[in-house]
Design a protein around this ligand. Structure first.
Ligand code: UDP
Length: 397
């Protein structure tokens, strides 16, 4: 039977994104593979998205990412306007079998209310973020049997409040198209620099990477946006009010003083081909995490590009990186200098082989297709433990 899934990518960035965008990159990896499996995909996104889907549902022309970090009372209408458009579509048509939602709290809250109407299809909501966020919402969640969630790593779900975990079907690791055939790619030519690929934000630990670069004497390139500012020129042109943004504040106070343009450089956001070349040619990709990284798109991309990971053993990193084979993970920042030094002992082929085996869109899509069937048929698993070891049971109608 052909299934039709409404894939709710949200209003923030196009799919695929032009440069930064973890969730949108993952959706761009997932949709083509679902379609290969015969699943019809209605993509709820912004009109500038270029990903092929069977149908589109759009409200905004362009991604609204630049307003995402403004105060809640200025921006809450964006996600809700998008969700309202999704609900109107669900009300007006009866061919959708399932909603696969990726829109942080607004998506889950609105859809959990909507599914109380039996005509609205069941929902699988993917949790892409740190579940310590939104505690007020997750602690009391009671969305009934027709809403299920999944995490993007076991470690993320382990920290989920019980109420949220009761809705969980376990985790599905993230994937990247770069992993397809990665094991057949020639070993990349390596430069002499390290890279940190990601939003400049305290959790990603760019300040620690920059400090290590100066102390240990290696070149470091930082790529990614600072808050809503994609390029150094955008940030330079921003007015003083920009420093109210926590990521701008972090940049100004803890990172920028270490960015000398020689040993440590910030190159802003880089798009796909330039990003791939930058990561593939890096000697090492650093993840000196200061938070529990939930899913780590940039981690699986790094491995697919044949670059070893060196980082702090937090969040999803121990699930994605095999210590000693695809990178080195430390429990203390004091151990990072020697591990960065030892990055050359990691075989790029092993990184690529593991990515090709574990992190392809096909692997991810097969797992999601299974979860869709569980949610649609009402045979949902409730994890007996946070690692997603599920016991299957019949959900009463
Ligand atoms: N990214 C990019 N260009 C940049 C910085 C980041 O293309 O300059 C991409 C990166 O490759 C990854 C995504 O943005 O696909 C970031 O997702 P991740 O899960 O690593 O981080 P988060 O979602 O926490 O920001």
């Amino acid at each position: 039977m052909t299934r039709t899934v409404l894939m709710n990518a949200g209003p923030w960035l196009p799919v695929p994104p032009d440069g930064y965008g973890g969730i949108e990159n993952v959706i761009a990896a997932l949709v083509p593979e679902l379609r290969n499996l015969g699943i019809r995909v209605v993509l709820a996104t912004v009109a500038s998205s270029t990903l092929l889907a069977d149908e589109y549902l759009t409200l905004f022309l362009n991604g609204r990412f630049e307003v995402l970090q403004r105060p809640y009372n200025q921006v809450s209408g964006v996600a809700h306007a998008h969700m309202h458009a999704v609900l109107r579509a669900l009300r007006d048509r009866d061919d959708i079998d399932l909603v696969h939602d990726h829109v942080e709290v607004a998506g889950l809250a609105v859809l959990a209310a909507a599914v109380l109407a039996p005509a609205v299809p069941p929902v699988l909501h993917t949790l892409h973020w740190d579940l310590a966020k939104h505690a007020d919402f997750y602690f009391g969640l009671d969305a009934g049997p027709r809403v299920r969630v999944n995490g993007v790593s076991a470690s993320q779900l382990r920290r989920a409040p019980d109420a949220l975990r009761r809705h969980s079907l376990g985790h599905v690791h993230l994937a990247t198209p770069l992993a397809v055939g990665a094991d057949r790619q020639p070993p990349p030519e390596k430069g002499h620099y390290a890279v940190v690929m990601g939003r400049i934000t305290p959790g990603k630990g760019q300040h620690l990477a920059a400090r290590l670069a100066h102390e240990c004497g290696f070149d470091l390139i930082l790529a990614g946006p600072v808050g809503p500012y994609r390029q150094p020129a955008d940030l330079a042109a921003a007015d003083d009010a920009a420093t109210a943004n926590p990521d701008v504040c972090y940049w100004e106070q803890q990172v920028r003083p270490l960015v000398d343009g020689v040993r440590v450089r910030w190159i802003g956001t880089v798009g796909s081909l330039k990003r791939n070349a930058l990561v593939a040619s890096a000697r090492v990709s650093l993840f000196p995490l200061q938070w529990e990284e939930p899913g780590g798109t940039a981690v699986v991309e790094t491995l697919a590009l044949g670059t070893p990971v060196v980082g702090l053993s937090r969040g999803c990193l121990p699930e994605l990186v095999e210590h000693g084979r695809t990178g080195w993970l430390a429990t203390s920042p004091d151990d990072l200098p020697s591990l960065i030094q030892a990055a050359g002992r990691i075989d790029a082929r092993e990184c690529r082989e593991q990515a090709a085996r574990r992190f392809t869109p096909a692997v991810m899509a097969a797992r999601y297709a299974e979860l869709y069937e569980q949610v649609i048929s009402g045979t949902s698993g409730e994890p007996a433990d946070a690692d997603g070891h599920t016991k299957t049971f019949q959900v009463s109608p």
